[in-house]
Design a protein around this ligand. Structure first.
Ligand code: NAD
Length: 341
């Protein structure tokens, strides 16, 4: 990328369920005149790759090495990439790309373990590359709006329930789903973890499919997280309390409810069950697709060299907490004799 307004040449690595969303967003941005160009796709699954040929005009490579060789030979130009392979393959794909000087948006979680994640951070620093992590709920407009209401959150309740699909089974539900809420709460609380208790069980896969966690932060804030990928319903909610205030975020509906202690509040017909002395409001939320906002932010960072809103460091922090939770789940299973079942 030589000039400020020249297109950023991007690759999507892994064109599975979620990689196809990245492809769609890059194409939409390109078609709407944004300075971005889909330059390559890397997909190891040959039948999936041949189906992609019909839909995308970009060259498709069977491996990172083949893609980087084509770049070396001058057949393609590549400035940036979305890494959308399964989590277990994040490190093996992201490391050579950073080393080759490519800016990266790596899907969440940053990597499968903290050693790999720390190594990616070091590579990004050494090669002066942008490393953004795809914790896309940070870009959910309801979350951004809630941020302006934040003063002293003391209690969080997060529920993220999904129906079972046979995807992302290379990781457990904590790394697959709960990590979204861990990242948001870490960002909102901004305090180290003091204590955590966790329970989790495998249900339909060989890994933990349902988990409940209670974390107390050094600030005194307490957070409860429940995540399931074997639910009969789909719920994505985060509720929190702070002095004289309760805030509820519905990630899926992108809406926000704020209830304040307000002795002068008059009864609200829309909420007949609400006791007197409480004021309720729904702050306006400008709707937007979180992935679109995340990718636009990534492209801005590539262009301006700014630190991404969800940096590699924050990806590492969310992963570290998720893995601590998994250790606590294993310890609990041993204490309860569940590991023998
Ligand atoms: N941000 C979110 O809300 C969100 C949602 C879903 C998935 N994800 C993340 O996206 C990533 C992919 O998940 P998915 O559900 O799309 O998985 P998937 O299995 O549907 O797709 C992964 C694709 O990567 C390909 N692949 C595997 N190894 C490769 C390699 N070395 N090089 C190139 N291609 C390779 C596979 O053939 C497959 O097509 C995971 O990290 C997951 O956690 C994020």
């Amino acid at each position: 990328m030589s000039q400020t307004n020249s297109p950023i040449n991007v690759a999507v690595i892994g064109a599975g369920a979620f990689g196809r969303n990245h492809l769609r967003v890059y194409r939409d941005l390109q078609q709407h005149g944004q300075a971005v160009r889909l330059a390559a796709i890397v997909e190891t699954d040959a039948s999936r790759a041949s189906a992609l040929c019909e839909q995308w005009s970009a060259p498709i490579y069977p491996s990172i090495e083949a893609c980087l060789d084509a770049r070396q030979r001058g057949e393609i130009t590549l400035d940036a990439a979305s890494v959308c392979v399964p989590t277990s393959a994040h490190y093996a794909t992201a490391a050579p790309l950073l080393t080759a000087g490519i800016d990266l948006l790596v899907e969440k979680p940053i990597a499968a373990d903290t050693t790999q994640a720390a190594d990616l951070l070091a590579l990004a620093e050494r090669h002066e590359r942008i490393l953004a992590i795809g914790h896309l709920e940070r870009f959910n407009p309801a979350v951004s709006t809630a941020q302006s209401w934040l003063n002293r959150p003391m209690f969080f309740e997060a529920h993220r329930l999904s129906v079972f699909t046979p995807r992302s089974l290379d990781v457990d539900v904590v790394l697959d789903l709960m990590i979204h809420d861990l990242d948001i709460v870490l960002n909102f609380v901004n305090s180290p973890v003091h204590e955590l208790h966790a329970v989790g069980l495998p249900i339909l896969s060989s890994k933990v499919d349902i988990a409940n966690v209670r974390i107390e932060f050094e600030s005194g804030c307490v957070a409860n997280f429940t995540a399931s990928r074997v639910s009969t319903e789909r719920i994505r909610k985060l509720r929190f309390f702070q002095p004289h205030q309760y805030i509820s975020i519905d990630y899926a509906r992108q809406d926000l409810l704020v209830i304040n202690v307000d002795p002068s509040a008059s009864p609200t017909p829309a909420f007949p069950g609400l006791p007197p002395g409480l004021g309720i409001r729904k702050p306006p939320v400008q709707p937007g697709e979180p992935l679109m906002l995340e990718i636009q932010s990534f492209l801005d960072c590539v262009r301006t060299r700014a630190v991404p809103p969800v940096s590699g460091q924050e990806g590492l922090a969310a992963l570290t907490l998720a893995l601590d939770i998994n250790s606590a789940i294993s310890a609990h299973a041993r204490r309860a004799g569940l590991d023998a079942l």
